[in-house]
Design a protein around this ligand. Sequence first.
Ligand SMILES: NC(=O)c1ccc[n+]([C@@H]2O[C@H](COP(=O)([O-])OP(=O)(O)OC[C@H]3O[C@@H](n4cnc5c(N)ncnc54)[C@H](O)[C@@H]3O)[C@@H](O)[C@H]2O)c1
Ligand SMILES: [Zn+2]
Length: 354
Amino acid sequence: MSILSAGKGDSRYAIHITNKEISKTTLNNFLSKENKVLIITDNGVPKKYLKNLKKNINVKNLHSLTLNKGEKSKSFKSYQNIINKLTELKFDRSDCLIALGGGVVGDITGFAASTYLRGISYIQIPTTLLSQVDSSVGGKTAINLSQGKNLLGAFYNPKLVLISTLFLKTLSEVEYKSGLGEVLKYSLIGNKKLKRMIEDSSQKIIKRDGAILKIIIEESIKTKSKIVTKDEKEAGIRAILNFGHTFGHAIEAYNNYKKITHGAAITLGMVIASKVSFYEGHLKDYQLDNIINMIDSLGLNTDHSKYNYSKLKKYMASDKKVKDGKLNLVLIDKKFNAFKTSKYDIKNVIKSLD
Ligand SMILES: NC(=O)c1ccc[n+]([C@@H]2O[C@H](COP(=O)([O-])OP(=O)(O)OC[C@H]3O[C@@H](n4cnc5c(N)ncnc54)[C@H](O)[C@@H]3O)[C@@H](O)[C@H]2O)c1
Ligand SMILES: [Zn+2]
């Protein structure tokens, strides 16, 4: 088992990563027998995980709430259901929520924890690759409003994150690949060890080999936690985590957030951003080829020909990253380090897309 950490001062938290069962002792050491615990999960998470978790927690007052699977559950209505349950059960500040599921469950549980009684503790047990390498670390919590995604939220760190690669055995291919998109991102924005591992062990990664998964999750989190700990409220360097996301979000919006997963969309976004980096003179041609080959070797799609500039333009213009009419882009340089720029040449953006 490996232990990493993220966050500063009082809001620092440990992240345990294992390719075995999550540690009962770690979990129970954190909880007190007198505490009430509410586990939030969704009905797409295999039932045995909830059953197992319940069996392993030693508290007198243990409850669970199962949401419907899918982004629709990151809603005001589900949030209200959680809050109703907490008031009904008379949870107080010493009690605790546990998120058992993907990013949807993690985001809404974190948001409920951040607001109920002005903040109670929560533990993240992420069960998708995307939530293990991304959403469970960094303290961003949110629900969606009819006006847009993630519009209501808070920065609120969990007290503990428990990750086991065993959960990934039951994950669908599409969701697994979505998570791989974010893993790939960390390898292109500065994590050289991770980049080498993907280049050397793509077959093992595709086969979900537990030992390799543990390392790639660890490396992904090291990169994310280093960045989010430096910049908790997204004032500066945290922006490089958006590599591929300006185009990726446009692709997701163009598809109405259906038909394409977040990871698949940002993977195409990273191909496009790498091409812009090349046209801007920051990457050599063989380095661009290297990136495309890496993505191919993981079985992810690199063909973005469906999305030309005229299709994506309107969605890019409404992206959060536009300031004073200029599109902020994260590009990468010859050393595979990411940097933020607003001095892009629009012609090169168009060239990269068409
Ligand atoms: N807070 C952040 O920093 C952050 C970062 C990235 C994404 N997000 C959010 O995360 C959400 C996406 O998360 P996601 O990709 O994990 O999607 P998700 O939570 O919808 O999970 C995908 C599907 O997999 C199922 N599932 C979960 N674990 C499983 C398992 N072990 N085996 C089989 N099926 C399983 C779920 O029931 C669901 O149907 C979005 O709402 C996004 O906004 C948040
Ligand atoms: Zn992302």
